[in-house]
Design a protein around this ligand. Sequence first.
Ligand code: AQP
Length: 331
Amino acid sequence: MDKKLIFSGIQPTGTFTLGNYIGAVRNWDKLQEEYNCIYCVVDMHAITVKQENEKFRFTRLNSYALLMACGIDIEKSILFIQSHVKTHAELNWLLCCNTQFGELSRMTQFKDKSQRHPDDVNAGLFTYPSLMAADILAYNADLVPVGIDQKQHLELARNIAQRFNQRYGDFFTLPEPYINEVGAKVMSLQEPTKKMSKSDENPNACILILDDKDTIIRKFKRAVTDSEAEVCYREGKDGINNLMTIYSVVTGKDLASVEREFAGKGYGDFKLAVGEAVADHLEPVRTEFARLSADKAFLKQCYTDGAEKALRYSQRVVSKAFHKVGFVDRT
Ligand code: AQP
């Protein structure tokens, strides 16, 4: 049987956080063995929030190198930068015309981001989910590994695909979310009821995967917890639950053994252990990133090849979608 196709993307809005890593990227390399995988730096999504142009150019390339450093192997997967593959923008338009205003208005990310950036509630921010649907449907992907925050967008992508199929005849595959059981939503270290985000203004709220060991330990030491002193996973202990989840993911220990390991110990010991485990886990990523980012010519070759492969693949799907809608074929 043919392997299923995976598609996922990440915005180059800054260095990836531990949330991006645990919720999404850490699985991407493992999935390469079992699936055909297409991964993408979704830079067009990133400009729905204002970016400083020079810094943005730099972060896009860094994000590409970071994905390679996290284990994406360009011999096994297609890895490219979204804006280099024009079919995403083309299909976006067809899908926008099959997306309802009401559906977009219900998206929590739109509501959150428009509240955070009231001076720039732009049309791109509003139609973001339609472009995300285009990213996925341009490859007829079966599965989309995402953190839980993106589940609503993925459901909308399925609805858009379904509507298109009803109007123009069965064509798009309905993509399924692929969500981790543990770590699907890593929370802010400073406000543990809020998700950890790259664009958080408080640097102590998130661990960046390129932070050095001292910084990681310092941020964990400052993590907001509670006034008890018991390391146990329980409703209402958001800060400790978050740290336990992180520790469990990076050490491979289940929550019950984490509780046993820290029984009778204080939060200080626990936070230090989490910081050390995370720093050690991320060390190979930092080392590989330093090696890759020193070789700009190699990176350029990789993203150019990736874009060519992605264009070849998606062009077939997108041309057929235009044909179905009734456009005159170009060739
Ligand atoms: N805190 C999180 N926990 C688990 N998964 C997360 N993801 C993001 N934050 C967490 C998952 O990471 C993937 C890539 O996300 P993205 O960069 O495309 O967009 P995002 O969800 O908006 O991520 P950020 O970090 O919050 O970026 P900004 O601050 O720029 O908006 C997705 O699969 C996402 O679910």
